[in-house]
Design a protein around this ligand. Structure first.
Ligand code: NAP
Length: 501
């Protein structure tokens, strides 16, 4: 539990639209930021004339382009806006968020509640310098928002929380962009005055904003504090990850005081050194473990203090548990893959299995299938990769495009069929599937791929990637918490998330 507040930031091009969004924001927000910079002058007046009296507090902003606003606004126009706004705001509860710039006019100073500084380019003064620059202007609260291209770009802005606290002031530290999302999620737990959220997907007013519904229901940002255990997905691109939508509801259901966050990492060494390892880290976020995915599953291994046998054999770890500052590595992909397959097919000993793909997922599948004494053949477009994999696991390899006759099971471990431009693609023509007993597609988005649909036409049993996704996550959850994973909750939450993507 913490005292932080959620501010939903809204913008609109007409008064009607803005007023409708206010209605929608009221149940979720403590503050509603009204961004006036997209509204034409007559619509601004219409907003003030019709602004509803609400229990929540309005946060008024009129942001020039260089501070992330929609249009160019001169200093005189800004001043005119504020004089008009302060005259017309009447009995409404409100705060004024004024953007700082070096040409700042002192005569507006009295009205400021929050002074804010935005650096959208990453070429600005840097968070600490900006903080000092703004110090004179702020009665109590500064908002410093800087762009983060990589996760460690967000460290400096984060350290402002302690700096402000040491001066009995508040700060709203924001690292903008996917790599900085964690600052929006964990800010309140660590003493930030508030955190910003969007009203709905697509309604973001700054890069990396998360919807208020997800902030409250998935990340539970008001319920967590510094003692909350922090887990996260380490990935090159976290924007597609389902893991927060699987693990957070599971923690909630199991009554575990933990949160699971996106950790978009480009340089793994730097991330672990500056944010994780107790002897070198510059922030203490109470990390207890990670899910790890592309492109870090292999490179994480050299950072691990202990690994289970499957990590060595597969050459990849997708799970890390931190125990007394040491990193323990596991691979739950192999077990997550094989569990639904055995449940559906039964004993795999002697089954003839075609695995298509020679990447990380294929490695995990082959390891697990070999462990069950299945007869595995790898099919891949890259002959060299396929040969290497086949030699390593002592299996056969064939070129993609050759027939699957004689096989019992087909596994798709390529991205063919994934939502987007690959959605209509498939690893096998329908005629090539006829003799198969089971088709297993690792793709989970969409849940029904072309491969699965064509298998169904032929009456072939099939398994979709969602089953593996949940099974491997359930194992991660159990490794981290020692508690049986609430699988039904995990599955329902991820289905709900996939339906809105
Ligand atoms: P990866 O390491 O990038 O490997 C992808 C493999 O697919 C490579 O062998 C690649 O060949 C091949 N491939 C890519 N595009 C192809 C095409 N157009 N035609 C033929 N082959 C192609 O990826 P990964 O981690 O193994 O993941 C593979 C897929 O499995 C992904 O779509 C992922 O979402 C899914 N997956 C699902 C789960 C789950 O829980 N359900 C878990 C892990 C992975 P080249 O090497 O020649 O590029």
């Amino acid at each position: 539990m913490n005292d932080g507040k959620i501010c939903i930031s809204i913008y609109a091009v007409t008064a009607d639209e803005l007023l409708e969004k206010i209605d929608q924001a009221v149940p979720l927000a403590d503050f509603i930021e009204l961004r006036f910079d997209l509204l034409p002058p007559d619509e601004i007046d219409a907003v003030f004339n019709r602004l509803p009296l609400i229990e929540k507090t309005y946060l008024l902003t009129y942001r020039p382009k260089e501070q992330g606003g929609a249009i160019r606004i001169t200093m005189d126009e800004r001043i005119a806006f504020w004089f008009n706004a302060l005259l017309k705001i009447g009995d409404h509860k409100f705060l004024v968020d004024h953007e700082f710039d070096t040409d700042f006019r002192m005569n507006l100073r009295k009205s400021i509640s929050i002074i804010s500084y935005h650096d959208f380019t990453g070429n600005g003064d840097g968070p600490k310098t900006a903080y000092k620059l703004l110090e004179d202007f702020s009665k109590k609260t500064q908002k410093i928002a800087v762009r983060a291209d990589t996760i460690t770009d967000s460290i400096e802005v984060w350290t402002l929380i302690d700096l402000a606290a040491s001066k009995n002031k508040f700060v709203i530290p924001i690292a903008m962009g996917e790599a900085g999302k964690w600052t929006r999620i964990l800010g309140l737990a660590h003493g930030a005055f508030m955190t910003y959220a969007s009203l709905a997907p697509g309604g973001e007013t700054a890069p990396g904003q998360i919807t208020a519904a997800d902030m409250l229901d998935i990340y539970r940002v008001k319920k967590i504090d510094k003692t909350t255990d922090v887990y996260g997905i380490i990935a090159g691109d976290t924007s597609y990850s389902m893991s927060p939508y699987i693990h957070n509801p599971a923690f909630k259901t199991a009554g575990v005081n933990a949160v699971f966050i996106p950790l978009q990492v480009s340089n793994l060494d730097e991330f672990l050194r500056r944010m994780v390892k107790p002897e070198t880290r510059e922030v203490d976020l109470n990390f207890k473990g990670f899910a790890v995915t592309n492109p870090h599953k292999e490179s994480i291994i050299r950072h691990l203090d202990f690994v289970e046998e499957s990590v060595r054999s597969i050459g990849a770890a997708n799970t890390v548990k931190i125990i007394d500052g040491k990193l323990h590595g596991y691979n739950t992909d192999a077990g997550g893959f094989i569990t639904p397959l055995e449940e559906t097919y039964g004993n795999l000993s002697g089954a003839k299995v075609a695995v298509v793909g020679a990447g990380g997922a294929a490695r995990g599948c082959i390891y697990a299938l070999k462990d069950r004494d299945a007869e595995v053949t790898v099919f891949a477009r890259d002959r060299v990769k396929a040969r290497r994999l086949a030699d390593e696991f002592a299996i056969e390899c064939r070129n993609l495009g050759t027939d699957f006759s004689g096989f019992d099971i087909l596994i798709n471990a390529t991205p063919l069929g994934t939502k987007g431009e690959l959605e209509k693609e498939t690893v096998a023509k329908i005629d090539q599937l006829r003799e198969l007993k089971l088709v297993y597609d690792l793709i989970y988005n969409p849940t029904e791929t072309r491969l699965l649909a064509e298998s169904a036409i032929l009456g072939i049993q099939s398994i979709g990637g969602l089953e593996m996704l949940i099974a491997q996550a359930a194992r991660q959850f159990e490794i981290w918490t020692g508690i049986e994973a609430p699988i039904a909750v995990m599955k329902e939450s991820v289905r709900k998330r996939l339906s809105v993507l």
